[in-house]
Design a protein around this ligand. Structure first.
Ligand code: ATP
Length: 301
């Protein structure tokens, strides 16, 4: 087996009395797109900061390309492209200045590729960053993160505030290309639909703990949703083995189930209820079933 690009073992981190990460172990294979999903405050950014060497492991270990990012910052960071949630690129710079400024940090900066990205992202070189829309600013951030052809691209909530077209066209295409070239992507998100479209592997995190981490295909294949009609109104159907969660009211309920559902089916039949529909669970349903809450904050949050 090739050495994983990211290899985190038993990482724990607290801020005062708050445990932000608790015994987190995570391995990310080269050439994969890895989606890190969690609600606000779950610990995603804290984990990413450890990967970038911006925080030192309190206990446990972090190895990126086999190196400790705290003691080998240059060796690690020169091989990483990073786009933060805040996307804090200097507003006074023009796009062409930003490209010249950024290339100085990266020996592997590829001028031709940078120019290609600038055209593909329709970024006018003469425009100042502060005059860019949020979507254009995100494209500029991606350009900077990508133009040195990083082995590992780390995106912290790359889509927050972006319209769906920018998300689908830019993010989807870029992430797929990177993985196809044998490079690796880690991106955090609370948009499960987006994760479902681009990730190869998904890690769900809640309150600093990993609840589920597996290839997307495995997760999808091992969960399904049953629509159940009861003879009488239910307050909360029984959580028999195999059912992770019930959602519904009255006589109409949906069970999110894991693995073999034979036991669930016979329990349902035993209650005199009927299965009226069966389908693959969405990643959103699976997340809620494992984590207990939705990853997406309410609109006014
Ligand atoms: P979001 O989606 O809101 O960005 P997140 O999953 O990235 O959330 P983190 O930013 O990693 O979550 O925060 C995890 C927990 O650690 C939160 O409870 C947060 O308040 C706390 N935390 C993070 N950084 C600090 C800090 N520097 N000082 C104190 N508490 C912190």
């Amino acid at each position: 087996m090739a050495e994983p690009v990211v290899d985190i073992s038993e990482l724990t981190r607290s801020f005062g009395t708050k445990t932000a990460l608790s015994s987190v172990s995570l391995s990310i294979a080269r050439g994969t797109v890895h989606g890190l999903v969690g609600a606000n405050g779950a610990g995603k950014t804290t984990l990413i900061k450890h990967i970038l060497g911006l925080l030192r492991a309190e206990s446990g270990s972090v190895r990126i390309f086999g190196l400790d990012p705290v003691t080998h910052p240059v060796g690690v960071l020169s091989r990483i492209g990073y786009l933060s949630e805040e996307n804090d690129i200097p507003g006074w710079m023009r796009i062409d200045e930003l490209m010249r400024y950024s290339r100085a940090f990266y020996p592997a900066w590829d001028d031709r590729y940078a120019a290609e990205l600038q055209q593909a992202f329709t970024l006018d070189p003469a425009t100042k960053v502060l005059n860019l829309s949020k979507g254009q600013k995100a494209r500029a951030g991606l350009l900077i993160g990508l133009a040195h052809r990083p082995e590992l691209l780390v995106l912290d909530e790359p889509s927050s505030g972006l319209d769906p077209i920018v998300r689908r066209d830019i993010l989807g295409a870029v992430l797929r290309t990177i993985a196809d070239e044998g490079r690796t992507v880690l991106f955090s998100s609370h948009l499960l639909e987006e994760v479902e479209q681009v990730a190869d592997h998904v890690t769900m995190i809640r309150q600093g703990k990993i609840m589920l981490s597996a290839p997307l295909a495995t997760i999808k294949a091992s969960h399904y949703s049953l629509s159940v009609r009861f003879a009488e109104s239910q307050r909360a159907p029984q959580l028999v083995a195999g059912v992770l969660r019930w959602d519904g009211t009255g006589v109409e309920w949906t069970a999110v189930c894991r693995d073999d559902t034979d036991g669930v089916r016979s329990a349902i039949a035993g209650w005199g209820a009927h299965i009226v529909g069966e389908r693959a669970s969405t990643l959103d349903e699976i997340f809620v079933a494992h984590v207990g809450t939705s990853a997406t904050p309410p609109p006014d949050a």
